[in-house]
Design a protein around this ligand. Structure first.
Ligand SMILES: CC(C)(COP(=O)(O)OP(=O)(O)OC[C@H]1O[C@@H](n2cnc3c(N)ncnc32)[C@H](O)[C@@H]1OP(=O)(O)O)[C@@H](O)C(=O)NCCC(=O)NCCS
Length: 170
């Protein structure tokens, strides 16, 4: 049985090693990391999946902001990485982790504007993310545009810059 615990309950080294196995040790160069540079993951939306005492997956969410060219500043959540132990992939753990984080965001009133970089065949199919509003976004690094996804009522649609949100959530 899979159990979700706050990621803070797990030794950081174990989390980092799982992320390396899932994404490769060069993962820090990814654009997703640049978008949230310098902020800490949101504890209430970041989880480890445990099975019989073993770490089998993680999800982290980050406070970011969209600085619209029209002057609007939109607080957003960046979702991911979602990582599942390679030997345990394709067994529903990634979906369960993502659903748990999204449910937690809904419950906390933080699900109005969520973004991620990922496969639309996965995040669209299971969770309703799409790239329909992100075409004019600027981000600090290269991205395949169809993989810059968003979900939520308050997702901005115009031109603007995604970056870390340094201020603490109210
Ligand atoms: C991607 C990942 C999080 C998915 O979690 P998982 O537990 O392995 O997969 P799930 O059991 O939740 O989902 C399985 C289903 O999603 C599909 N799927 C899995 N990864 C997919 C992908 N990248 N693109 C499209 N579909 C995908 C599978 O085909 C399967 O579909 P089916 O039920 O019709 O057979 C996990 O495989 C992983 O950690 N991969 C390496 C790191 C990574 O790429 N993370 C995602 C960043 S975008």
């Amino acid at each position: 049985m899979i159990e979700f615990v706050p990621i803070a309950d797990i030794a950081p080294d174990l989390v980092e090693q799982l992320l390396d196995r899932a994404f490769g040790a060069d993962r820090h160069l990814r654009t997703a990391y640049q978008i949230r540079a310098g902020v800490a993951a949101i504890p209430e939306l970041s989880f480890a999946a445990m099975e019989s005492g073993a770490l089998v997956g993680t999800i982290q969410c980050w406070p970011i902001r969209f600085e619209g060219d029209d002057g609007n500043d939109v607080p957003m959540i960046q979702l991911g990485p979602v990582a599942v132990e390679p030997a345990r992939q394709q067994g529903g753990i990634g979906r369960a982790l993502t659903a748990h984080a999204l449910d937690s965001a809904e419950a906390a009133g933080l699900a109005e504007a969520i973004t991620l970089i990922g496969d639309p065949e996965y995040y669209g199919r299971f969770f309703g993310f799409d790239a329909s509003r992100t075409a004019q976004w600027r981000i600090p690094g290269p991205v395949e545009r169809h993989r810059l996804l968003a979900r939520g009522r308050a997702v901005p649609e115009g031109a603007g810059l995604l970056g870390p949100r340094i201020t603490v959530l109210a």
